[in-house]
Design a protein around this ligand. Structure first.
Ligand code: FAD
Length: 387
């Protein structure tokens, strides 16, 4: 298999690089570089508006809905270049999760109402899947939705809701038939976060940030027209969405950027007057993770080029998720080691010292969300090893 990019693809990569260099605002780039999330909502919205104005708002959508229609290779190159330039990520919940579900299972009215507002950044979406006790075992979820005329009345609680404090909308899995088998009694609802009866409570994380919430629903009235697909057939939407959640999860762009940062940190950090990069043991640990990243990159390209030939992504997505998250976590561990005792200075000069420990702690989440790595290993055991 030829894993080289074609001349067309290389020209495309150069075009993306030039665009991002010219259009990513300096203040946003600086905040992403420093890991400063104080204006995250504003930064993400502004970047989405800039991309949308250029026609690149939804790089993974088909053209008929206003996307670029790019193939997986171009999407990959776009993500790599954006990460390398310290552009903010595009939040997945609207663009990569609920939008494909609305395109596939939504009514034309839902498509016309919701998709353009995701594309131009007017609507911020969040995900209401997990509940206390229903994370990996999602089908056991208990949040109820009972029909009352042309509304559902929703009661229950969602957990681990990422950045919902900025969201106007939440897509939720709710139980509409408690008597049916778990997977058969679930529906997929689109809920306006401003509806009376919704309350958010922040969940503080290890790094001290307010990134996730608990969401409580107390007699929340949701119009039946906000049901996607058939009542009680929401599990089909849920699985379709989770397939999308795991694409591009290898995080090659972020790992490459953090590896470059690690190399720089090791080049600067002093141990007995010499940079740590000159220490053969530390240098070999950096080389090891760099090799693992390169191997992952090649595997990722094999999957992408396989998809270009119309092979559906299967357990490969689980493989990429496990290795990608392990590698990025490893790089952040080495960053903290590279700083040594300086990593404990929570307030420091430069972009590395205040960021490294918080970033290290925050990224422990990678092997949990998007389907925990243990669950991904189960998928590989069943689908690849046939155990
Ligand atoms: C930072 C963060 C952000 C998140 N954002 C969102 C969000 O926006 N929206 C949302 O809906 N959810 C979100 N999640 C939830 C996430 O998807 C769940 O945490 C995840 O599915 C794991 O579920 P759980 O936490 O209930 O753990 P559990 O399912 O209770 O698992 C606990 C441990 O047991 C292991 N385990 C469980 N079952 C098995 C099994 N069958 N075999 C082997 N091991 C098993 C797990 O891998 C894990 O290590 C987020 C989570 C985090 C940490």
């Amino acid at each position: 298999m030829d894993l080289n990019f074609s001349p067309d693809e290389l020209a495309f990569r150069a075009e993306v690089r030039a665009f991002v260099a010219a259009h990513l605002p300096d203040d946003i780039r600086d905040r992403v570089r420093r890991g400063d999330e104080s204006q995250v909502a504003d930064d993400l919205r502004r970047w989405q508006e800039i991309l949308h104005a250029h026609g690149w708002g939804a790089v993974m959508w088909p053209r008929e809905f206003g996307g670029t229609g790019w193939d997986k290779t171009r999407q990959y190159l776009f993500e790599i270049e954006c990460a390398a330039a310290d552009a903010p990520i595009q939040l997945p919940f609207g663009l990569k999760m609920v939008a494909p579900v609305i395109m596939r299972y939504g009514t034309p009215a839902q498509q016309q109402r919701f998709l353009p507002r995701i594309l131009d950044g007017s609507d911020w979406w969040c995900q209401g899947y997990s509940e206390p006790g229903s994370g990996s075992d999602l089908a056991s979820l208990k949040t109820r939705a009972e029909r009352d005329g042309d509304h559902y009345v929703v009661n229950g609680q969602k957990a681990w809701n990422t950045l919902g404090q900025h969201a106007g909308w939440i897509f939720c899995l709710v139980r509409t038939d408690p008597a049916a088998k778990p997977q058969r009694g679930i529906s997929f609802l689109l809920i306006d976060m401003r509806t009376p009866g919704i309350r958010l409570q922040p969940t503080r994380l290890l790094d001290g940030g307010h990134e996730v919430n608990e969401v409580f629903f107390d007699n929340v009235r949701v119009p039946v027209k906000n049901l996607v697909g058939e009542e009680n057939a929401g599990w089909t939407c849920a699985k379709f969405l989770l397939g999308h959640e795991r694409t591009n999860i290898a995080g090659i762009g972020a790992s490459r950027r953090e590896l470059a940062r690690l190399r720089r940190m090791a080049g600067e950090a002093g141990r007995n007057g010499a940079p740590l990069a000159d220490n053969p043991v530390f240098a070999s640990r950096i080389a090891q993770v760099a090799l693992e990243l390169r191997a992952l990159e090649v595997t990722n390209l094999r999957v992408i080029f396989g998809e270009a030939r119309q092979q559906a992504p299967g357990p490969e997505a689980s493989m990429l998720k496990i290795r990608g998250t392990e590698i990025l976590q490893r790089i952040t561990e080495l960053q903290v080691e590279a700083l040594g005792a300086r990593a404990l200075e929570y307030e420091g000069d430069g972009e590395d010292v205040p960021r490294a420990v918080g970033h290290y702690m925050n990224l422990r989440k990678l092997s949990i969300y998007g389907g925990s790595n243990e669950i991904q290993r189960n998928i590989i055991a069943q689908m690849v090893l046939q155990l």
